[in-house]
Design a protein around this ligand. Structure first.
Ligand code: NAP
Length: 286
C-alpha cells in the first residue's frame, strides 16, 4: 500500500474459519486505492465459538463493515440489528454494515452471481434451470434465477437438504421446483446448469457431479461457482458440449464490489469497476 495509514483511517474486515485463502482483502484494498478512500480492509480468523464476541467487539471498535465467509453466514444472523430482505430469502448474510445500534446484514452473493452471468453472456431469464447442490451457494443461485425461471430442477446428494431448499423458496415464489438425487438423469430439457457443490476443487479436483454430463449434453449455458481450479472438469465437459461457460471468479469479484458499495454508502462508476477488475483478473489463478 503506497499511502501511510493515519488516525483518520477506517477499518473494514472479512471474518471466517479458515481465512488465509481469502481474496477479499486484495479486491477491497484495490478498490480503496482507486477510490482514494482512507480505509484499510483486513482478514480476521474467527472460530464458531467466538463469533458473537467477535461481532460485538467489531462494533465496539467501530469497524465500518465486515464480510462474513464460511462457516458463519447463517449463524451471524443471530447477532445483527437488522437483516435485508434478500438476505432473509437466501437465509444467509455475507456483508455487515455498521449502524449505531449494531450491524445490518446483507447478502451480496445473489447480485454477484447475477452480474457475473450478465457480464459473461449467460442467459438466465426465462430458462429451465438445473442447480446442482443445496448448500448456502445453492440458496443464492436459486434466489438469483427463480423470479424469471420457467422451472428449477435441484440435484443433491442429501435429498432432505434439497427438500428444505424447495420448501424455503416455495414460501416466497410459485415457480415449480423439482428435487432429484445427484445421480438422477431427467428427460426434461434444461437450458442453464449452475454447479454449486465443492465437487471439482480440493480433494474433489478432477471430479464432476454424477448428474452433470447428462444435463450438459442438452444445456446452452453452464456456470460453476468454483474458481480454483480456474477450469473444473464440469466446465471442461460443458465447453466440449458447446455450452457458453463462466467460473465463479466474477461472482466473487462482483459480490465484493457490491459489499464495498454497501459498507461505504457509495455507488461505484462502471469504468472504475472495470479498471479494478482488469487488475484483479491478472492476479487470479488462471
Ligand atoms: P455448503 O453449504 O457446505 O454446501 C455444499 C454442497 O455441496 C452441498 O449441496 C453438498 O451436498 C455438496 N457436496 C459437497 N461434497 C459433496 C460430495 N462429495 N458429493 C456430493 N455432494 C457434495 O457449501 P456452499 O457454501 O454452498 O459452497 C459450495 C461451493 O460454492 C464451494 O465450492 C464454494 O467455494 C463455492 N462458492 C463460491 C462463491 C463465489 O463467489 N464464487 C460463493 C459461495 C460459494 P450435501 O447436501 O449432500 O452435503
Amino acid at each position: 500500500m503506497s499511502k501511510k495509514i493515519t488516525g483518520k483511517y477506517k477499518v473494514c474486515s472479512v471474518i471466517g474459519d479458515p481465512i488465509s485463502h481469502t481474496l477479499s482483502p486484495i479486491i477491497h484494498n484495490t478498490l480503496n486505492q482507486y477510490c482514494e478512500r482512507e480505509m484499510v480492509y483486513v482478514p480476521f480468523h474467527v472460530t464458531v465459538s467466538r463469533l458473537e464476541e467477535a461481532i460485538k467487539g467489531a462494533h465496539a471498535l467501530g469497524i465500518h463493515g465486515l464480510n462474513v465467509t464460511m462457516p458463519h453466514k447463517q449463524e451471524v444472523m443471530n447477532y445483527l440489528c437488522e437483516i435485508d430482505e434478500v438476505a432473509q430469502k437466501v437465509d444467509a448474510v455475507n456483508t455487515l454494515v455498521y449502524e449505531d445500534v449494531g450491524y445490518k446484514g446483507y447478502n451480496t452473493d445473489v447480485m454477484g452471481l447475477r452480474t457475473s452471468m450478465e457480464s459473461g453472456g449467460i442467459e438466465y431469464t426465462h430458462q429451465s434451470v438445473a442447480i446442482i447442490g443445496s448448500g448456502g451457494a445453492a440458496y443464492a443461485a436459486t434466489e438469483c434465477v427463480i423470479q424469471t425461471a420457467k422451472h428449477i430442477h435441484l440435484f443433491n446428494r442429501t435429498l432432505e437438504k434439497a427438500n428444505s431448499l424447495k420448501a424455503h423458496f416455495e414460501k416466497y415464489y410459485d415457480v415449480p421446483i423439482f428435487v432429484h438425487g445427484i445421480e438422477e438423469e431427467i428427460e426434461e430439457p434444461i437450458d442453464l446448469v449452475i454447479q454449486t457443490t465443492g465437487i471439482g476443487m480440493g480433494a474433489y479436483k478432477g471430479s464432476i457431479p454424477a448428474c452433470a454430463r447428462a444435463l450438459l449434453r442438452q444445456a446452452k449455458y453452464a456456470v460453476d461457482l468454483i474458481y480454483n481450479p480456474w477450469e473444473t472438469l464440469f466446465l471442461k465437459v460443458a465447453k466440449e458440449e458447446g455450452c457458453k461457460t463462466i467460473n465463479g471468479f466474477d461472482m466473487l469479484f462482483y459480490q465484493a464490489v457490491r459489499a464495498y458499495e454497501l459498507m461505504n454508502h457509495c455507488s461505484l462508476d462502471k469504468a472504475l469497476i472495470n479498471q479494478v477488475k482488469e487488475e484483479i483478473d491478472t492476479l487470479a489463478m488462471r
